[in-house]
Design a protein around this ligand. Structure first.
Ligand SMILES: Cc1cc2nc3c(=O)[nH]c(=O)nc-3n(C[C@H](O)[C@H](O)[C@H](O)COP(=O)(O)OP(=O)(O)OC[C@H]3O[C@@H](n4cnc5c(N)ncnc54)[C@H](O)[C@@H]3O)c2cc1C
Ligand code: SF4
Ligand code: SF4
Length: 405
């Protein structure tokens, strides 16, 4: 295959940026899609590995909250916690640069990696872009400019590679702010999707799949439109709309970040998972500006997840429900009776659905990768649904330790 120098060249790759550094061969040990080492990297990042049963869904947890920043920040995806955490680090001089994404100047939906050195410039990074871009390519320029105290905001496949590289970076401080991520696709594919749900897609400035089963669209005019998932006119999405990477990645909740900032367990607010003392310290910096309440949970997820698993099996590689994007299909079962899992139960359901899709899709497309690529936490959350490793899918047993000399 002909590839441009430094461009991604692996079959499963979200172009996190490692292949574009001066040492692209580090992909072989830094990539989430080859042989992820979650317990080892959790130990490195958080001081301990996730509890195999209690923390299989969300990873290592010191604390978990519903959260809302007061006042919410204009242009933010939710209330702006992710960018504000990094902004405070810059204001307080704890870091000299933040590595994150800003909107591409030619296309506001396309993420563009940026090294931010002034606190006020974090505002331009607010909001969600669809797609992926080589965030970690900027690590070497950052180090060359003398930034040894860094913060990084990233999605799970980026934070995984960052953690794998961290011991080689000689940083004095590294703060990692993660967001959950699932069902991402290329920016080009996203534009196709937007054009199907909105006749004037260029007017849309914001889109979110909300946990109340609506897609929220915001427009340049200030208009807000909320579309129930069931009414999305999405019959013609191609089967390869979601790349294999994003259908099979193994970390929905950004298990290696110091703090994960999302929404899906937040019952309409943000959902914050504090994983270690650095994460707690970052959240603490916000003081009274952030309202924290205990997360809520209600409903039962089992039926929804079982319906999703059955649909995924039936679809045999394509998008199981042809009239909606793949990750929305299980929600139909919840929407129809107008009841369903909420709060943490919703988040657990989504994690289990993602895990099921990972295994079922890998079995069809890259079965030989399963023993190394699927970590124990994925199998653990799938136990109630009868999805377990076949003999050929078991992780290779590590060699016994060498006897003392
Ligand atoms: C593709 C994608 C899928 C997501 N799916 C879920 C989900 O299923 N469940 C859930 O709970 N949360 C998900 N999130 C996270 C959620 O959309 C919000 O980013 C998060 O709740 C933080 O909101 P905020 O207001 O605190 O962020 P803001 O303060 O607005 O900051 C958002 C930060 O995310 C960065 N960012 C934006 N787009 C990208 C991108 N494409 N790649 C890397 N970094 C980016 C920005 O640069 C910024 O630093 C997803 C995010 C992305 C990018
Ligand atoms: S480490 Fe990053 S650049 Fe390398 S193969 Fe994996 S996703 Fe692609
Ligand atoms: S869905 Fe997974 S592989 Fe795709 S961009 Fe998000 S974290 Fe990376």
């Amino acid at each position: 295959m002909d590839v441009a120098p430094g461009a991604p060249h692996r079959n499963l790759c979200t172009d996190c940026g490692v292949s574009r550094t001066s040492q692209p061969k580090r992909c072989s040990s830094a990539c989430q899609f080859i042989a992820p080492r979650y317990p080892q990297l959790e130990q490195q990042a958080h001081g301990r590995a996730a509890h195999p049963h209690n923390e299989a869904h969300f990873g290592v947890l010191e604390a978990m909250h519903q959260a809302w920043l007061q006042p919410p920040q204009p242009g933010a995806q939710w209330s702006g916690l992710a960018t504000t955490l990094a902004q405070r680090l810059l204001e307080q001089g704890r870091v000299s640069a933040v590595l994150t994404m800003q909107p591409h100047p030619d296309d506001p939906w396309r993420p563009q990696p940026v090294l931010v050195t002034r606190a006020q410039d974090m505002a331009q990074c607010r909001g969600m872009r669809m797609g992926y871009a080589p965030l970690l390519q900027l690590l070497e320029p950052a180090l060359a400019q003398g930034h040894t105290r860094l913060a990084v905001i990233g999605i799970p496949c980026q934070i995984y590679a960052l953690r794998a590289l961290q011991p080689t970076l000689n940083l004095q401080a590294l703060y990692t702010i993660g967001t959950p991520c699932s069902d991402n696709t290329t920016t080009e594919n996203f534009h196709q999707f937007l054009a199907r749900i909105e006749p004037q897609p260029e007017q849309v400035t914001y889109l979110e799949f909300c946990p109340d089963y609506h897609v929220e669209l915001r427009y340049r005019s200030g208009r807000v439109r909320r579309v129930p998932f069931l009414q999305l006119p999405l019959a013609d999405l191609p089967d390869d709309f979601f790349p294999t990477t994003c259908r099979t990645c193994v970390d929905y909740t950004n298990r290696l970040a110091d703090i994960t900032v999302g929404y899906m367990g937040g019952s309409g607010q943000q959902w914050v998972l504090v994983r270690n003392a650095r994460g707690a310290d970052m959240l603490g910096q916000l003081g009274q500006a952030v309202q924290l309440t205990p997360p809520r949970s209600s409903g039962r997820r089992g039926g929804s997840v079982r319906g999703f698993v059955a649909n995924t099996r039936r679809a045999a590689g394509g998008l199981p429900l042809r009239r909606m994007p793949q990750w929305l299909r299980p929600l139909v079962a919840w929407l129809m009776p107008k009841i369903g899992p909420k709060g943490l139960e919703f988040a657990r359901a989504r994690v289990e659905m993602k895990a099921a899709e990972t295994v079922l899709h890998l079995r069809r497309t890259h079965a030989a990768r399963i023993p190394r690529m699927v970590p124990a936490h994925v199998w653990q959350v799938l136990k109630p649904y009868g999805i377990k490793p076949l003999e050929a899918e078991r992780a290779p047993t590590p060699p016994p330790p060498a006897p003392p000399a």
